[in-house]
Design a protein around this ligand. Structure first.
Ligand code: ZN
Ligand code: ZN
Length: 268
C-alpha cells in the first residue's frame, strides 16, 4: 500500500513538473523590444534612400532578424539595406504578405546576394515564384498562425479579395501587427492576430489599402481599431494621404508618419 502511494506521489510529481515545463514554454517571455525598419515604401522618411511603390519592413529582436515583404525592386532593397547598415545574410526568415509584385519582387535579389532565409508564403503564390524560391531555399506554405521566431509569428492566411498574412511581433509593449496591403481589411487582420494569440494589439502599421476609401469608411476603420485596443498606428504604402491625415488627427501622439528609412522601436 505504501509503495503504491509512493508511486502515485511520484507520478503526480512528474505530472506537475511536466505541466510546469509545458506552461513555461507557452508563456516564455517575448523579446523585450523589437526594432522595425522600413526598407521599402512609396512614402519617404529618409530622402537619401530609394523609394518606390511597395513595402518591406525589417524586424530585429535580440535573437532574430525577419524581413516582412521585399518591395518591388531588389536593387533598391539591397541599396537601402546597405545604406542603413543591414546585412542581407543576417536575415533568418522572410515572410511575404501576399502574391503582389510590389511586395514580392525584391526577394530574388536578396537570395542571389547569398541570403538563405526560410521563406514563408501562401498557397496563392504562383508556381514560377515557388520555383525561384526553391532554387535557393525551401519555401514554407502558411495556412494557420505560425511562429517564425521567438516573439514573431504570422496571423496565418486571412481570407479576402486577395488572401494575405500579417506579421505579429510580441514585445513587452503588447502585440504589433505589420500589414503588407491589408486587402482582406486591416481590422480583420488585427482581429485574427488577437484571435490567434488571445493578446491585445497596441500598434498596427503598414499598408491599410484605404487609398480609394471614403472619409466615413476610414473613420469607421479607426473607430474599430480603437475598440480593439490599438493605441498607435502607422498607415503607409497603399493607405492613401486621406487615411494618413485622418489617422494622424485621431491618434495624435500615437500616429507614426511611416516611410522608407523610418525606424520604430517597440517596447519599453
Ligand atoms: Zn501593395
Ligand atoms: Zn496588394
Amino acid at each position: 500500500m505504501i509503495t503504491l502511494c509512493r508511486r502515485a506521489a511520484l507520478a503526480t510529481t512528474i505530472f506537475v513538473l511536466a505541466t510546469t515545463v509545458l506552461v513555461a514554454c507557452r508563456t516564455a517571455a517575448p523579446p523585450a523590444t523589437a526594432t522595425l525598419t522600413i526598407l521599402y515604401d512609396n512614402y519617404v522618411h529618409d530622402p537619401t534612400l530609394e523609394s518606390g511603390w511597395g513595402f518591406a519592413c525589417l524586424v530585429e529582436t535580440a535573437g532574430s532578424t525577419v524581413l516582412f515583404d521585399t518591395g518591388a525592386s531588389g536593387e533598391s532593397l539591397l541599396k537601402n539595406m546597405a545604406a542603413l547598415g543591414k546585412d542581407p545574410l543576417a536575415v533568418d526568415a522572410v515572410v511575404l504578405s501576399h502574391a503582389h509584385d510590389d511586395h514580392t519582387a525584391g526577394l530574388a535579389a536578396l537570395l542571389a546576394a547569398g541570403a538563405r532565409p526560410k521563406v514563408y508564403l501562401l498557397s496563392s503564390f504562383g508556381s514560377d515564384y515557388l520555383r525561384m524560391v526553391r532554387t535557393y531555399t525551401e519555401p514554407v506554405l502558411v495556412a494557420k498562425p505560425t511562429e517564425i521566431a521567438p516573439g514573431i509569428s504570422t496571423t496565418g492566411r486571412v481570407t479576402g479579395p486577395v488572401p494575405e498574412q500579417a506579421l505579429v511581433v510580441r514585445t513587452a509593449e503588447g502585440l504589433t501587427v505589420v500589414t503588407g496591403c491589408a486587402h482582406p481589411g486591416v481590422v480583420k487582420m488585427v482581429q485574427q492576430a488577437i484571435d490567434a494569440t488571445g493578446q491585445q494589439v497596441t500598434l498596427v502599421l503598414g499598408g491599410f489599402h484605404l487609398a480609394d476609401a471614403t472619409e466615413a469608411h476610414i473613420k469607421d476603420i479607426i473607430d474599430q481599431l480603437r475598440e480593439l485596443g490599438v493605441k498607435r498606428a502607422g498607415p503607409s504604402h497603399c493607405s492613401g494621404d486621406q487615411a494618413r491625415a485622418l489617422f494622424e488627427a485621431s491618434f495624435d501622439d500615437g500616429y507614426i508618419a511611416l516611410g522608407v528609412g523610418q525606424v520604430v522601436v517597440v517596447g519599453p
